[in-house]
Write a protein that binds this ligand. Structure first.
Ligand code: GUN
Ligand code: ZN
Length: 429
């Protein structure tokens, strides 16, 4: 048994879903704490209770700072780290101009390793403790990310991005090699330490029906892993999908008909859904991941958070680095707030915080392990300074309650708000 550690400060945990139960689903303790042992949260309570119960614990007193589950970024492209904030394009042009040339470089294992390390440093500095990422077509890019994650004892889900058409020379695989490489990587990495393999067709325009079918077969052979892809992100993209798959009922059907819809399917974006797609996503218990900074940056559209949560979908939140314009889940929450406002819905801070922790964990089917402060959960923790800049601190000083004190950090916070990060029960930053 490792020495028990006691982290003291304000705490924020969830006993339910604030989209269903309202803000009372969040449990805030002004002077609270968590006890950590052997990588897990052992207890949560008031600071006084825990100090009395564990007098010999190693104490880390964070004062007024907030102890929260670390953020979970449910959709990212780590290979796009170096092209984040590239100017002036919309989705298909942006892929061809910026993304594909950069992704071409990941056949070089050294470049992939260096980028993976930089990406995990940048996200950890922003309080993100778990990530679900796309890699590139190169198996080396998967090995690089998992190797770096393993060094940090970090929960990372990822997969080789499969593309066998509409991508440049040097960035295409085939139906067979996508199946073979994905299978070999899955067998190598699935369930190793804190890592999980995700079957990853990029999106239906860059996969032939044969490739989608091969990946559907692989998923049927390994139903315990997730499958991630993109869905209905931009209007031009949807028109292209309809031209490429004239028999499909809608965009979702280009996945469904090949066995790529079911529990454990994780669809990024899902902005311009048709009626049948809403119903099938819900019936199949698939997940949807909202990527608001990407949707505004690439000009894709306004996600219908209100409508989709009312229908009871599993919804996570994500940066979509580097289509998204930030590594920060705080900035991502701010963007989600702004996008919802444009659809006449003010997301409550409890809903935003839930989306970036529990919501993303649920979307990735890991909410029994990560995304909340509760006994038995893995101790991936972010410590947040709620007065990290003069602008935030002068607004927080006027707050009448905890939510008013938290909201300025959601709207204006960045990596300066992240005081410390714990991964698997150890202080990592
Ligand atoms: N659709 C297919 N590939 C991508 C990608 O890399 N980023 C985004 N935002 N959308 C995509
Ligand atoms: Zn994406």
């Amino acid at each position: 048994m490792s020495k028990l550690k006691l982290l003291l400060g304000q705490t924020l945990a969830f006993s339910g879903d604030p989209f269903i139960e309202g803000p009372s689903a969040a449990k805030h303790e002004r002077r609270g704490g968590i006890a950590i042992q052997d990588g897990l949260i052992h207890a949560i309570g008031t600071g006084d209770e825990l100090s009395a119960r564990f007098p010999d614990a190693e104490r880390h007193d964070y004062g007024d700072a907030l102890i929260s589950a670390g953020f979970i970024d449910a959709h990212a492209h780590y290979p796009q780290t170096a092209i984040i904030a590239s100017w002036g394009k919309r989705l298909i042009d942006w892929l061809n101009t910026y993304t594909f040339p950069e992704e071409m470089r990941f056949g070089d294992a050294d470049y992939a390793a260096e980028t993976a390390a930089r990406y995990l440093d940048l996200t950890r500095a922003n309080g993100t403790t778990a990530i679900c990422s796309y890699c590139t077509i190169h198996p080396e890019s998967v090995d690089a990310l998992f190797t770096e994650a393993q060094k940090r004892n970090q929960r990372v889900l990822a997969g080789k991005t499969c593309m066998d058409r509409n991508a440049p020379d040097g960035l295409r695989d085939t139906a067979q090699s996508a199946y073979d490489d994905s299978k070999a990587l899955l067998e190598k990495w699935l369930g190793v330490g804190r890592l999980s393999y995700v079957i990853t067709p990029r999106f239906s325009p860059t996969s032939t029906p044969e490739q989608l079918e091969a990946l559907g077969t692989l998923w049927a052979e390994h139903p315990n892993c997730l499958m991630q892809t993109h869905l209905s992100e931009q209007v031009d993209e949807i028109a292209w999908v309809k031209a490429l798959f004239p028999d499909a009922r809608d965009y979702l059907d280009t996945y469904e008909r090949f066995g790529l819809l079911g529990p454990g399917a994780v669809f990024g974006h899902a902005i311009h859904l048709e009626g049948r797609e809403h119903a099938r996503l819900k019936e199949a218990d698939a997940s949807i991941v909202h990527c608001p900074t990407s949707n505004t940056f690439i000009g894709s559209g306004l996600f219908d958070m209100d409508g989709l949560t009312a229908e009871g979908h599993r919804i996570g939140l994500a940066t979509d680095t580097g289509g998204g314009s930030s590594f920060s889940m705080l900035r991502t929450m701010a963007s989600a707030y702004e996008v919802a406002q444009l659809r006449n819905r003010a997301l409550h801070p409890s809903e935003l915080w839930w989306l970036s922790t529990q919501g993303s964990a649920r979307a990735l089917r890991m909410d029994d392990k990560i995304g909340n402060l509760a006994p038995g959960m893995e101790a991936d923790i972010a410590i947040i300074d709620l007065s990290s800049t003069p602008a935030i601190s002068q607004r927080a000083a006027q707050a009448n309650d905890f939510w008013e004190a938290l909201f300025p950090t959601i709207m204006m916070g960045d990596d300066r708000a992240i005081k410390s990060v714990w991964l698997g029960g150890e202080k990592a930053a």
